[in-house]
Write a protein that binds this ligand. Structure first.
Ligand SMILES: *Cc1c(COP(=O)(O)O)cnc(C)c1O
Length: 382
């Protein structure tokens, strides 16, 4: 195979995506048009939520999510250290404080017990919300988080950036899709090209609450409404009622997103085929992310744990396999170190980071490429 590079993730753009974008370029609307609405409706239906709001990226989506839930200066939110920095940063944008709880060493997801201990270690009303992440595509059990959140009067934002198409099975044996809004107030998805659905940049916030939906629409577009026009005003009239942003998704991006979304069912199936082949090859030899029975991992990533991680990373790179590390724990990033993060004992997250490495995982990965990855990895670790 020589020097061909196999990345850890890659988008797959085909002729129908190109055609859809060209058609939109030739239409009347490049932004604020019908393709955005169509994408929002189709996405909401796909994840089983009532409402969806397209945004310029998931980071913007997280920002207006904490604002829509009323987060204010100095208020505290709990999240996981094993995530992309944006999950925590949205709290800082609103002037809030980020507190971290530890992960479960088997699933790498935010650990319910660690969160509960953190909540109980502080006075009543100390925390406002929790942002759990469906890390690597593995759906976090939000039914359990909701019980805890309700008890302590907290909201939940599900960071579902890794998990469109994933689901867990609840205690009544119902399938609960990531982002369906049954347990979390809001869920956020990303359409960055390394994620499942590529829009170049883009994101979506889903919810079942009409109030939150309207709030998100306002914050996405400058806080401007045309709703109070009344009879005394001309057609140009609008009101800016709060300080919002321009966090809009364009019609061009939405046309791409609609076509990509259609392919996500087969994409998630293919990702699970790839995962099954990795697991079969690694069983008893290499540790990989655990999964509860009856849950569907959307597999944004396939994460394993190895000893001598830097050595494995470098040797794989030497073979053209560009594995990646997800993630440097957020509390260890210089910005969070400098402002002084707060939180629980984070030993599992810190230990996980010493060993983790994400192998190539994307629908277009061929059987030959995957075999090449597996052979080289086993040669290195054995
Ligand atoms: C990618 C990602 C984000 C941010 O997404 P953008 O669309 O790039 O802003 C947030 N959270 C997680 C977990 C992510 O993986």
């Amino acid at each position: 195979m020589g020097k061909k590079i196999i990345p850890y993730g890659k988008q797959n753009i085909e002729q129908d995506e190109i055609d859809a974008v060209i058609k939109t370029l030739q239409s009347d609307f490049l932004t604020q048009g019908p393709k955005v609405r169509e994408f929002e409706e189709k996405f909401a239906e796909y994840v089983g939520a009532k409402y969806a709001v397209g945004v310029s990226n998931a980071t913007a989506g997280l920002h207006i999510s904490v604002l829509a839930l009323g987060l204010k200066k100095g208020e505290r939110v709990i999240t996981t250290p094993i995530t992309f920095a944006a999950t925590a940063n949205c709290v800082k944008y609103a002037g809030g404080e980020v507190w971290f709880a530890d992960i479960d060493p088997n699933t790498y997801l935010l650990d319910l017990k660690s969160v509960e201990q953190l909540i109980l270690s502080q006075p009543v009303g100390f925390f406002k919300g929790i942002i759990p992440v469906d890390f690597a595509g593995l759906p976090i059990n939000l039914e359990q988080f909701k019980i805890l959140a309700k008890k302590h009067n907290l909201w939940i934002i599900e960071d579902a950036c890794h998990a469109p198409g994933g689901h867990f099975t609840d205690s009544s044996n119902n399938i609960q899709k990531c982002g369906n809004g049954n347990f979390a107030e809001l869920a956020v998805f990303s359409f960055h090209p390394v994620k499942h659905i590529a829009c170049g940049e883009g994101g979506m916030v889903t919810t079942n609450s009409e109030d939150l939906y309207n709030k998100l629409l306002s914050l996405r577009s400058h806080g401007i409404t045309k709703e109070n026009m009344g009879e005394n005003h001309g057609g140009w009239y609008y009101e800016m009622q709060e300080l919002g942003f321009n966090y809009r998704l364009t019609d061009i991006q939405s046309a791409l997103g609609i076509t990509q979304l259609k392919k996500n069912i087969s994409g998630v199936n293919r990702r699970n085929e790839i995962a099954a082949i990795y697991k079969k090859a690694f069983k008893g030899k290499v540790t990989f992310q655990g999964l509860l029975e009856n849950d569907l991992n959307a597999h944004h990533l396939f994460v394993i744990e190895v000893n001598n991680r830097k050595d494995v990373y470098d040797k794989l790179r030497g073979k053209g396999v560009y594995a990646q590390i997800h993630y440097i724990p957020v509390h260890q990033l210089p910005y969070y170190k400098a402002i002084g993060y707060k939180g629980a004992d984070l030993r599992y997250a810190e230990n996980y980071y010493k060993h983790c490495i994400s192998l190539p995982m994307y629908p277009a990965l061929t059987k030959e490429e995957q075999d090449y990855v597996i052979t080289n990895l086993l040669n290195i670790v054995e």
